[in-house]
Design a protein around this ligand. Structure first.
Ligand code: IPM
Ligand code: MG
Length: 358
């Protein structure tokens, strides 16, 4: 197969982890005789520095014409000033919107070698295998917002806004995926307070009737947050809005031992799709060869699976990660006594070396 993959190295530690994922993809291409062509483009703080824009038109165009997009992370403390007119995160949101990737799949799987790396008790998380389906191009991230003066004081608002078609399509994605898993969907909202959540719940409940073979329940987001660390096995597929999904997946990453372990893939009605680790740009670790590239490497595996339909190759990457962990190699974030501490590049090398065909 021939495929054109756009890589977006982004900010902070992100170029380092993207480089390791590319290394692994090149190895897959070699072992399975594919031709992957890589093209790099600017996004986030790096793009603002070079062009003044967080998502240059050229980047979006390159991505739209590709077979799959692999992103690291964006975010630079230089632009954290709340009065900054342009911020790196705007580039990411514009890219998601521009590609129309409304469904963000965030699998939370615990590699058994990391059972004790988590701060949560092993018996609580031992069998966790869940998937968060986060709505990605709507909700409070994209609703109307402004600052204004009210009775002489400064005020600001953001709007959580969802249409029925937006809710229907994301809930259907969740049910279709649940059919290939343990056949259970939990819709997470705050319907005891928010009108947009009441519409979400009403719509999700109606869509659920199309899937009588899939178990369905609804849960308030505060309770879901508690259950995730109390009894995460109750979940198979969680479907939720943009902001709740953002928060719950950082929490859920602690089940997997580290935020450095969780990949994600954003898909829409059309290709290409967008793949990125759920973690941020971790600026304070930049250039030290210490961060964990596995989340990005596993995101590259998701790219092979969802964009290129190369299931065996995706599995080969996941197996290679498992092998390297079983051999005892660990980056700093997942280090435990009795394991071998290695850096970002060494982790990429080892995973790449362990890729084999069948
Ligand atoms: C994520 C990140 C982004 C988000 C930020 C960087 C805008 O936290 O992908 O989870 O909130 O979606
Ligand atoms: Mg997040």
């Amino acid at each position: 197969m021939e495929a054109k993959i756009v890589t977006l190295p982004g900010d902070g530690i992100s170029p380092e982890v993207v480089a390791e994922a590319v290394k692994v993809l090149r190895r897959v291409a070699e072992v399975y005789s594919h031709t992957f062509e890589f093209e790099e483009a600017l996004i986030g703080g790096a793009a603002i520095d070079a062009t003044g824009e967080a998502l240059p038109a050229e980047t979006l165009k390159l991505c739209q014409e590709s077979d799959g997009v692999l992103l690291g992370a964006v975010g630079d403390p230089k632009y954290d000033d709340p009065r900054s007119p342009v911020r790196p995160e705007q580039g990411l949101l514009a890219l998601r919107k521009g590609l129309g990737v409304f469904a963000n799949l965030r699998p939370v799987k615990l590699y058994k070698q990391l059972l004790h790396a988590s701060t949560i008790k092993p018996e609580v998380i031992a069998d966790v295998d869940l998937l968060v389906v986060r709505e990605l191009t709507g909700g409070i991230y994209f609703g109307e917002r402004a600052r204004k003066s009210v009775d002489g004081v400064q005020a600001a608002y953001d709007t959580m806004f969802y249409t029925v078609p937006e809710i229907e399509r994301i809930v259907r994605v969740a049910f279709d995926l649940a059919r290939k898993r343990r056949k259970k969907v939990t819709s997470v909202d705050k319907a005891n307070v928010l009108e947009s959540s009441r519409l979400w719940r009403e719509t999700a409940t109606r869509v659920a009737e199309e899937y009588p073979d899939v178990e369905f329940d609804c849960m308030y987001v505060d309770i879901a947050a508690m259950r995730l660390v109390h009894y995460p096995n109750v979940f198979d597929v969680i479907v939720t809005g943009n902001m709740f999904g953002d928060i719950l997946t950082d929490e859920a990453s602690m089940i997997a031992g580290s935020i450095g372990m969780l990949p994600s893939g954003a898909v829409g009605a059309h290709k290409p799709s967008l793949f990125e680790p759920i973690h941020g740009s971790a600026p304070k670790y930049t250039g030290q060869n210490v961060v964990n590239p596995i989340a990005t490497i596993l995101s590259a595996a998701m790219l092979l699976r969802y964009s290129l339909e190369l299931e065996d190759e995706a599995q080969a990457i996941e197996d290679a990660v498992q092998t390297v962990l079983a051999e005892g190699y660990r980056t700093k974030d997942i280090r435990e006594e009795g394991t071998i501490l290695i850096g970002t590049r060494e982790m990429g090398d080892l995973v790449a070396e362990r890729i084999n065909n069948g």
